[in-house]
Design a protein around this ligand. Structure first.
Ligand code: SF4
Length: 211
């Protein structure tokens, strides 16, 4: 794709799609905006969203308008994103409905203020395509319900999340996720990710506080 301003180093993550689910309308509108503004790089991020890069910075307000927004999306104060796999409805290995849980979890917890970027992965079975063990909050399905893991990180100092509880129903796993995040909010230092918090936290004490 040829670009307007390849040296601009602009990089913006687009609003939506939520959990990587797109519609024909979304894609058609996005394609129209890409062509109109000659955006040189369009990329799927690891968070199952689209990023656009390399456009002229001064074109940004019009790009947001063309995408149906009056202004750039605000940076989230808590959960950065929720990834979810297709789950039991769409994948033959699925044990639980990860997309449906992702919607419920988002409705319940996206507005919760948190001390640092918080990534959530939800997988429909233990194959864990959404990499729950390296997410701040991970939830994956088994035949008997959801397993919740907490404190994972896939960054420069990786950490596998700790299993907090298993065999949970939808409402139970959302309630437990909220208690884990509230513990995080109350005990983490400013900008401290869950992995660092859990490194200096006794797991038994954490479980006693949230279970
Ligand atoms: S985690 Fe399981 S249900 Fe989800 S996409 Fe992977 S194999 Fe399918």
């Amino acid at each position: 794709m040829s670009g307007v301003n390849p040296n601009a180093k602009s990089y913006n993550v687009l609003p939506g799609p939520v959990m990587g689910v797109v519609t024909a309308d979304y894609l058609e509108n996005l394609a129209r905006v890409i062509r109109k503004h000659q955006i040189p790089l369009v990329k799927l991020t690891s968070a199952q969203r689209f990023a656009i890069a390399g456009h002229a910075p001064e074109a940004l307000a019009e790009i947001w308008r063309d995408l149906g927004r009056t202004e750039a999306p605000a940076k989230p104060v808590g959960i950065h994103y929720i990834q979810a796999c297709p789950g039991v409805q769409w994948c033959k290995f699925g044990r639980q409905d990860s997309l449906a849980l992702g919607e419920k979890l988002g409705a319940a917890l996206l507005a919760l203020p948190l001390p640092a970027k918080t990534k959530v992965g939800i997988s429909g079975c233990p194959m864990n395509c959404c990499e729950c063990y390296v997410r701040d909050l991970g939830i994956y399905g088994k035949k008997n319900g959801w397993t919740l893991v907490f404190g994972g990180n896939g960054g420069g100092v990786p950490r596998l999340a700790d299993v907090i509880a298993e065999g949970l129903a939808d409402d139970e796993v959302i309630a437990l996720a909220e208690r884990c995040l509230r513990y995080f909010a109350a005990n983490a230092r400013n900008m401290e990710r869950t992995g660092r918090l859990m490194r200096r936290t006794d797991l038994a004490a954490f479980k006693a506080a949230v279970l």
